[in-house]
Design a binder for this molecule. Structure first.
Ligand SMILES: Cc1cc2nc3c(=O)[nH]c(=O)nc-3n(C[C@H](O)[C@H](O)[C@H](O)COP(=O)(O)OP(=O)(O)OC[C@H]3O[C@@H](n4cnc5c(N)ncnc54)[C@H](O)[C@@H]3O)c2cc1C
Length: 493
């Protein structure tokens, strides 16, 4: 079977993103200081953005505070990478457009891949995903390995320089824009100049403070916290230990706050991750971990834990709230600077959206840069930054809505509740989820939206809505038929 994805999402083709193999023009600042772009952070967002920038700048420098890695190792700067990281098909297609053949590289190293539903067992709140072919294919790799493969690609490409052990401390302003960054490394403090700066410094990144230092306003920040915690242990064992790539029993509101499952990865590695929500703490001790696994609704997880070899301690994480910094609302925003990935919006990880949104953000940047050329007809970046942040916000909007609507199924969730229309949509989604197990078309459409291949609006299309409404009103219609039948009998009698 080919390693290329067979599902082609409309929003992720290289053509739409403006990506090409050759670049007609490189961008420079209006002061023309040398066709150089800087990316702050070497995570998924930073690596994706760096790849996009190689199409438009002669030189790209990725500044990463972590020390260099010799392989797919854990890094202190991304503590979440110890936990299971599922990449949705929307992110996978985006990465294939940026790094053609990436999935082949992963699978050559033993990362399993296959039909998402056909190789998984998943309990969502409300329904169990049918274990049948969904037409959406995904690969299963650890986060460090996926990131390492991307980094190697960029290093081989020759236009990206990685500088490790470099902490960015702030931005350098010039006129209405940014012209570089302030850094600290083992040699002390310095300034690096660039024509364009991308902040991809993750959930803890302090872009708002850096902007404030240059005299810009602080963006509004939205936080929705479902008090979710993770605990994860890695195991080793052959692929034959399970017929599934992924087994997940998600916590189910209102009274089942415990969940967990496993994912198979490259190199005979398995992640077992447990989730506790609404304040329920996922266990960090072996006894508690095993007891929790034994109580999951899928016995396959306990079966795996018994057969596989533990290969790590139990890691915990509780930094899981949804956080959205609304840079797009700022009246003034500097030219020659953008922010993306978790630095702008981070999500409750249970829905597996973070990496995909980081990749989609980079794709949006590619589209904006390509458009800039056509609009301006010259190598200027004026106006691009604000346009990008607004477009990114539009990409984020519906996914943010999906994530927080799910979180507010838990009464303990803190934050600003979505308004009236979201409640109506939430009720419709409940009915839709009840329909998924019995209706092939609704099932396939749901999976495509869940994987961010199609917009949420695809679930409101007449063919889907008709089936959902038909199912939801079936008991009412049956009741009316019964009443009418009874009346007819009485009248007839
Ligand atoms: C427990 C947990 C589980 C998750 N599971 C999933 C999942 O299953 N699927 C999924 O898609 N997402 C998941 N996520 C989310 C995912 O990890 C992030 O959304 C994704 O990594 C975003 O990438 P990023 O590049 O924006 O940020 P990060 O991956 O956090 O990378 C930021 C980088 O910037 C560097 N950096 C930060 N500040 C500076 C500075 N000042 N100078 C230099 N370098 C700096 C950091 O060292 C780091 O390398 C999970 C998150 C958590 C917490």
């Amino acid at each position: 079977m080919s390693g290329r994805s067979r599902t082609t999402g409309p929003c992720l083709t290289a053509a739409r993103s403006g990506l090409s193999r050759r670049t007609a023009m490189t961008f420079t600042a209006t002061h023309g200081s040398g066709r150089h772009a800087i990316v702050i952070g070497g995570g998924i967002a930073g690596l994706s953005a760096a790849r996009v920038l190689t199409e438009h700048f002669d030189r790209v420098t990725v500044l990463e505070r972590d020390k260099p890695q010799s392989g797919a190792e854990h890094r202190a700067g991304v503590p979440q990478a110890r936990h299971v990281h599922i990449l949705l098909a929307g992110g996978e297609q985006g990465l294939e457009a940026l790094f053609p053949g990436l999935r082949e590289e992963l699978t050559a190293a033993g990362a399993p891949w296959g039909d998402y539903a056909g190789t998984s067992l998943i309990n969502f709140p409300i329904f169990r995903l049918p274990h049948s072919t969904s037409g959406v294919e995904v690969s299963f790799a650890s986060r460090p390995f996926r990131e390492y493969t991307m980094r190697c690609r960029l290093e081989r490409g020759g236009r990206v320089e990685f500088r490790h052990g470099v902490q960015v401390k702030g931005l350098v302003g010039e006129g209405h824009g940014v012209s570089g960054v302030k850094i600290r490394d083992s040699r002390g403090e310095d300034v690096l100049r660039a024509d364009f700066v991308v902040a991809a410094c993750g959930r803890e990144g302090r872009v708002d403070e850096w902007l404030a230092e240059l005299g810009y306003s602080t963006p509004r920040e939205e936080t929705v916290d479902a008090a979710l915690s993770y605990s994860t242990r890695w195991y080793r064992g052959p692929r034959s230990l399970s017929r599934y790539n992924l087994v997940v029993d998600l916590p189910t509101p209102p009274d089942l706050p415990r969940g967990g499952g496993f994912m198979s990865c490259e190199d005979g590695k398995w992640f077992v991750t447990l989730m506790g929500i609404a304040g329920e703490r996922a266990p960090l001790d072996e006894e508690g971990f095993n007891a929790w696994v034994r109580n999951l609704r899928f016995p396959e997880v306990w079966d795996l834990v018994q057969k596989a070899e533990p290969a790590s301690p139990i890691y915990g994480s509780a930094k899981t709230e949804n956080r959205h910094r609304h840079f797009e609302e700022l009246k003034r925003f500097p030219d020659r600077f953008v922010a993306l990935g978790d630095a702008v919006a981070s999500f409750n990880p249970m829905y597996g959206q973070g990496m995909t949104m980081a990749v989609l953000g980079a794709m949006e940047l590619a589209a904006c840069l390509a458009e800039q050329r056509e609009r301006i007809g010259g190598p200027s970046l004026v106006g691009l930054s604000r346009r990008f942040q607004r477009r990114l916000a539009r990409v984020l909007q519906s996914v943010w809505g999906m994530a927080i609507t799910e979180d507010f199924r838990w009464s303990a969730t803190r934050g600003e509740r979505p308004g009236g229309i979201s409640r109506v949509v939430g009720k419709y989604m409940d009915e839709l989820m009840n329909t998924v197990p019995d209706d092939e078309l609704v099932f396939q459409k749901f999976v495509r939206v869940q994987h961010l291949l199609d917009p949420v609006s695809a679930l409101l299309a007449p063919d889907v809505a008709g089936r959902v409404i038909e199912r939801a009103t079936r008991p009412v219609r049956a009741g009316v038929r019964e009443v009418v039948g009874g009346l007819v009998q009485q009248v007839g009698g």
